[in-house]
Design a protein around this ligand. Structure first.
Ligand SMILES: [Zn+2]
Length: 477
């Protein structure tokens, strides 16, 4: 019997606001433990949360970008559970009336667009973090760091529309593209800015009844997401084929072993006793507010890719590579805006630019799009050779110097003047009578020898295209 996987994802995205969701503390990562805290995010009695308007703006942006209905009224709820990193004993989240509902986005499945439903998007606060002394098993003390408590999160819940681990990965990638392009989350999975849980079950092909599902947590990369789902599908199919049953439970992905492990069963499942948060008023969002946010929506990755192909005539492959990171796309577009030919700019950005950015890591760039456009222009005019252009580019990338100055300093300018080159060509031909005879006897290959000699004589500064032209002209005399 063939089985079909049914997958739905719950993704938490940390929003890129300066301050926390219910207090004015900084959200900056990497500070000394508990530095960014106040009575509100420490959960002191008697304090009152105040909603950060930016969190609502960002969530509306996400809702609009994923075709959701934005609720005219939504409310916060308390999700009650005990854990030492949660000082209030409850998390402020949304439950019955989330801010966004009933949306969708499209993923690419074998070159065709497949629509994946978005059930809801809601806002909530993050919890703190426990730091254990040494290894967890042998630890004698645990510390709590509440810098992360009250940092704004957005949870995006999909419909169970995904039918394979590849589709789940494509969906996650598309979500990442959207939040990064919107500028509302940095999209870093490894650092936990984007976290993913999956609900997964399998059902016999042709069946309409969903199987019992398991929830998998702890997948912090696209690769782990795919691996965990692949493993879990196999595990569930094996169980059903053996005549046993899949148990509804929460499982953890162990990336070292590549397996999912049982974490807690249904009987241990939390009862969160949700109820409306009495300290926060309902959020009313009118058409004017939505309209204002709609105006600020930037071009998304899928739209950019389509425009690059349609308006700039560059290949789909290039468009995909150039838009993978929003900064790269911006650099490319500005280079074209500075007058560079799109395909040439694309080759540079995908080639030398990408290579150097990768080598330098996160160091700030010294090169500006206008400088790359100038280098491309110099090659077009024959003022420098293609290989000299790479040297100039690398130097500008390192130092930020003006490309023309680098060409001057390094003596890289190329001679394209026919008259000047003709003189060198004549000397080479006079010095090689045997080869001239061979050429005139029909051996075309000797031309390469002459080009090499001229380049040597000019210390590589002659424009090879002009050298070829002049050689052919003089040899045909
Ligand atoms: Zn605070």
């Amino acid at each position: 019997m063939n089985f079909v996987p049914v997958i739905g994802l719950e993704v938490h995205a940390q929003l890129k606001t300066d301050s926390k969701i219910f207090c004015g503390c900084s959200t900056r990562f990497g500070a000394e433990p508990n530095l960014h805290t106040c009575p509100v995010c420490l959960g002191m009695p008697g304090v009152l949360p105040v909603l950060n308007r930016k969190v609502v703006d960002f969530t509306i942006m996400m809702g609009l970008a994923t075709n959701c209905r934005i609720a005219s009224e939504s409310v916060f709820a308390r999700k009650n559970y005990f854990y030492p990193d949660l000082p209030k004993g409850y998390q402020i989240s949304q439950y019955e009336a989330p801010i966004c509902e009933s949306g969708w986005l499209e993923i690419d499945v074998d070159g065709r667009a497949k629509r994946i439903g978005i059930t809801r998007i809601h806002m909530e606060e993050d919890a703190g973090k426990l730091v254990h002394e040494g290894a967890l098993e042998s630890s004698r003390a645990s510390f709590v760091d509440l810098n992360r408590a009250c940092v704004p999160l957005m949870e995006i819940v999909s419909e169970p529309d995904l039918r394979s681990p590849e589709q789940a990965r494509a969906y996650m990638q598309t979500l990442r593209d959207i939040v990064v392009y919107l500028g509302i989350c940095d999209g870093n999975l490894e650092e936990g800015s984007l976290r993913c849980d999956a609900n997964i079950s399998v059902m016999p092909e042709g069946s309409q009844t969903l199987g019992t599902r398991a929830e998998i947590k702890n997948m912090n990369s696209f690769r782990f997401l795919q691996q965990a789902l692949e493993y879990e599908i196999e595990r569930q199919i094996d169980l059903l084929e053996d005549g046993s049953q899949v148990i509804q439970e929460t499982r953890l992905f162990d990336s070292d072993e590549g397996v999912t492990l049982s974490m807690r069963g249904k009987e241990e499942a939390h009862d969160y006793r949700y109820f409306p948060e009495p300290d926060l008023v309902p959020i009313r969002i009118d058409e004017e507010w939505i309209g204002r946010i709609r105006q600020t929506l930037p071009e998304l990755r899928s739209e950019k890719m389509e425009r690059y192909v349609r308006e700039m005539g560059i290949p789909e492959y290039d468009a995909e590579v150039l838009t993978a990171e929003v900064e790269t796309a911006r650099f490319f577009e500005e280079t074209v805006a500075e007058g560079a030919d799109p395909k040439k700019a694309s080759n540079w950005v995908m080639g030398e630019f990408a290579r150097l950015v990768k080598e330098r890591g996160s160091e700030p760039l010294h090169i500006f799009p206008g400088q790359l456009a100038a280098i491309i222009g110099m090659v077009d005019k024959g003022a420098i050779s293609g290989s000299a252009a790479k040297q100039v580019f690398e130097e500008v990338f390192e130092s930020g110097k003006n490309p023309a100055v680098v060409v001057e300093e390094k003596g890289l300018s190329q001679v394209s003047d026919e008259g000047a080159i003709e003189e060198d060509v004549r000397k080479v031909l006079e010095a090689s009578p045997d080869q001239v005879k061979q050429y005139k006897d029909g051996n075309e290959k000797v031309l390469g020898f002459f080009v090499g000699q001229v380049m040597k004589a000019t210390k590589g500064k002659a424009n090879p295209r002009v050298v070829n032209q002049v050689l052919r002209k003089l040899l045909s005399d």
